[in-house]
Structure formats: structure tokens, C-alpha cells
Write a protein that binds this ligand. Structure first.
Ligand code: NAP
Length: 335
């Protein structure tokens, strides 16, 4: 059986998902695409032999669309996800589920009212082989309880459109989700502090920043966001446990001896670093959707991510430690 998929948003990441589903993965076919940028959307439709739909709503209700992928602008995610729920169709929404927690809550309310989980959020780090290895070691308590995590999220450079709040909302949002998933518990407080500003950061960007989270059981986490690090795209996660330190494996690249140096290449950007995780994420989404279930990050995970990011933004703006209040997860989303 083949899953007929409609994609809303044929920009940078939408195109890569269409490409992977068409040429790398099994079980899915892109039947329709839609984009506010009609010229680009039509080009993509033609390239992948899909229909172009003028509106996202028409795409969602179309008979040749079993499931929907939302890769349009952040501000449009909520309306398309709600429309998919209304049409009782499975929907994969790139992060964020909605730009604010109220939007996430409206999605949760409608999904629960429909009585069936339909929504998956694009937190692809959970599918990365290295993070999965860390999770296994943490869950099995191989080295005792985790006590502290030291993490980094580094990009070589960003353009002028990347501003101070985006370090939390666009970059460290991935750590917010994956670290909560790794540890199996929610956060209780957050603080964001600035390091000395790099000369490469433009006027509207404070870079680097450090986000400090505490979990409900007391694990302390520091995450460095350094988006003008000038050497590559580098993701670090070190888990200090009672009887050992576990490090996220580095992507495997050959080490070269040359010019009196040893050199191991580092990835240039996120799409290269997490390509296998994206492939795994979408293959599992197609498989689960064909089996009539959701088994990835849910709308609840999107909501918790959004609450935590909002608290971190407040902490940054007020220069204070902010408490994170997350309600009990409803039964509907457990398991
Ligand atoms: P992008 O290149 O700007 O593409 C977004 C596309 O959506 C553009 O073609 C845009 O049209 C179109 N669009 C805007 N409003 C629309 C609407 N109402 N209906 C249909 N299409 C609309 O952005 P991107 O980098 O691909 O990012 C897309 C989404 O993926 C964002 O939410 C982003 O946060 C998320 N993302 C996630 C990851 C991850 O690591 N998981 C990585 C990258 C991006 P115009 O050309 O007219 O603007």
C-alpha cells in the first residue's frame, strides 16, 4: 500500500522532504503540493509529477491526499494542522507546531476532541542514531543517574534575519525537545545568559548565548548557542552520570594527516549533519501512518517545547530564572 502525501510549503526544507520521500524512502508518494509562492510551487509540482493546489485547505481535503506534511512558514502551521484534524487526516508538521503555546493548545484541544492522535511534530533529533544510543544508556542506568548535561549548538554563521530570540526559538528548541526526551522528564526552571559578544554578530543578535535548564528531578543542563562560530555546524551533548561521562558520537568522517596536522572534517550545516535522522523520521512516519497510528513526537511534545521556549525567552528578556509550569500530560498523549 502507498501513502498519498500532500505537502504545503515547497521552500528549503519542504523540497528536501519531497525529494527524500520520492527517491530514498519507501511507501509514500507526493501527489499534491501547495505554496504561497505559486511559481516555485508549480516548479516543484512539475519536477515530482504532482498536482499543484492553489490553497493549502484544498490540498488537505483532496481525495488523492491521505496525509499532509506542513513545511510552510511558522505562522501558518496552526491553521493547516487544525484543517487536517478537521478532515481526520494524519499531519506531519515541521517545528514549531504553532508560534505560541495558545496555538499549540488549540491544536491539542481539537485533536483530543476528535478522539484520535493524528499530529506528529518535526523534532528529528529523536531519530539520530547517536542520541538513540545516549537514550539507551541513560534509560538502562548503565553509568548511574544522569546529573549534568553540557551541550552546544553551533552554526558557522547566520545572516541579518537571524535575531537574538531565534537562538532559543529556532536553534535551541531542538535541544529543548531532545534533552527532555533523553532524560524522560520535564523541566522546572530556565535561565538564559549572554557570553561576551563575538565581533561577527550583527547589531540585532546577541551571540553566543547560554541556556541553563533544571529538570524536575534536579538535573542541571547548560546549552551553548553559538551561531557565528566560524568553523562548522557542530552539535555536542555530554551527559555526566554518577559513574561515567557519556558523549554524543561525532558523525564519522575520515581523519587526515596533512601539513603537520591531523584533520577530521566537521559538517557544514544541519541538513548534512541530520540527513540520516530526517530519513529515519519520515520512513517511520510513513510506516506508522500506513498502520493508522502516530509513533513520533506528538502535539503534546510540540506544546511542551513551546511552553519551555516561551519561558526561556522571558528569562532572557527579564534576566531572571523563570519557573516552567507544565500541566500533567493527558492520558490521550501518554505511551
Ligand atoms: P522557506 O524556505 O521560507 O519555505 C517556506 C515556504 O512556505 C515558502 O515557499 C513560502 O512562500 C511558503 N509559504 C509561506 N506562507 C505560506 C502559506 N500560507 N501557505 C503555503 N505556503 C506558504 O522556509 P524553510 O526553511 O523551508 O522552513 C519551513 C518550515 O520548516 C519552518 O517552519 C521552519 O521552522 C521549519 N524547519 C525545520 C527544520 C528542522 O530542523 N526540523 C529545519 C528548517 C526549517 P514564499 O516563498 O512566498 O515565502
Amino acid at each position: 500500500m502507498e501513502l498519498k502525501i500532500g505537502v504545503i510549503g515547497t521552500g528549503a526544507i519542504g523540497k528536501t522532504h519531497i525529494e527524500r520521500i520520492t527517491n530514498k524512502l519507501k511507501g509514500g508518494k507526493i501527489t499534491a503540493v501547495s505554496d504561497a509562492n505559486i511559481e516555485n510551487g508549480k516548479k516543484v509540482a512539475q519536477k515530482y509529477n504532482a498536482r499543484f493546489e492553489e490553497s493549502g485547505e484544498a490540498l488537505i481535503s483532496a481525495d488523492d491526499v491521505d496525509a499532509v506534511i506542513v513545511t510552510s512558514w511558522d505562522q501558518t502551521h496552526e491553521k493547516y494542522v487544525l484543517e487536517a484534524i478537521k478532515n481526520k487526516k494524519y499531519v506531519f508538521c515541521e517545528k514549531p507546531l504553532a508560534p505560541d503555546q495558545e496555538g499549540c493548545k488549540r491544536i491539542i484541544k481539537e485533536e483530543m476532541a476528535g478522539g484520535k492522535k493524528l499530529v506528529q511534530v518535526g523534532f528529528m533529533r529523536r531519530y539520530d542514531a547517536g542520541y538513540k544510543q545516549l537514550k539507551k544508556l541513560i534509560e538502562n542506568k548503565t553509568y548511574g543517574e544522569p546529573l549534568m548535561l553540557h551541550c552546544a549548538h553551533r552554526n558557522p554563521s547566520v545572516d541579518e534575519s537571524y535575531t537574538t530570540p531565534m537562538a532559543v526559538e529556532n536553534s535551541m528548541i531542538h535541544e529543548i525537545d531532545v534533552l527532555r526526551w533523553l532524560l524522560g522528564e520535564d523541566y522546572s526552571t530556565v535561565e538564559v545568559v549572554f557570553a561576551k559578544k563575538t565581533k561577527y554578530a550583527h547589531e540585532n543578535l546577541q551571540d553566543p548565548q547560554i541556556m541553563i535548564l533544571t529538570t524536575k528531578s534536579g538535573v542541571r543542563i547548560d546549552v551553548e548557542a553559538f551561531v557565528n562560530c566560524h568553523y562548522g555546524y557542530d552539535i555536542k551533548c555530554e551527559v555526566a552520570c554518577e559513574e561515567g561521562i557519556i558523549n554524543l558520537p561525532e558523525p564519522s568522517n575520515p581523519m587526515v594527516r596533512t601539513d603537520a596536522s591531523r584533520i577530521t572534517p566537521i559538517c557544514g550545516d544541519w541538513s548534512e549533519r541530520f540527513v540520516d535522522a530526517y530519513n529515519e523520521e519520515f520512513q517511520q512516519w510513513i510506516n506508522a501512518t500506513l498502520e493508522d497510528r502516530v509513533d513520533g513526537p506528538t502535539a503534546w511534545d510540540g506544546y511542551v517545547g513551546s511552553i519551555t521556549a516561551a519561558a526561556a525567552s522571558k528569562a532572557r528578556d527579564t534576566k531572571s530564572v523563570v519557573k516552567i509550569n507544565i500541566e500533567e500530560c493527558p492520558e490521550f498523549y501518554k505511551g
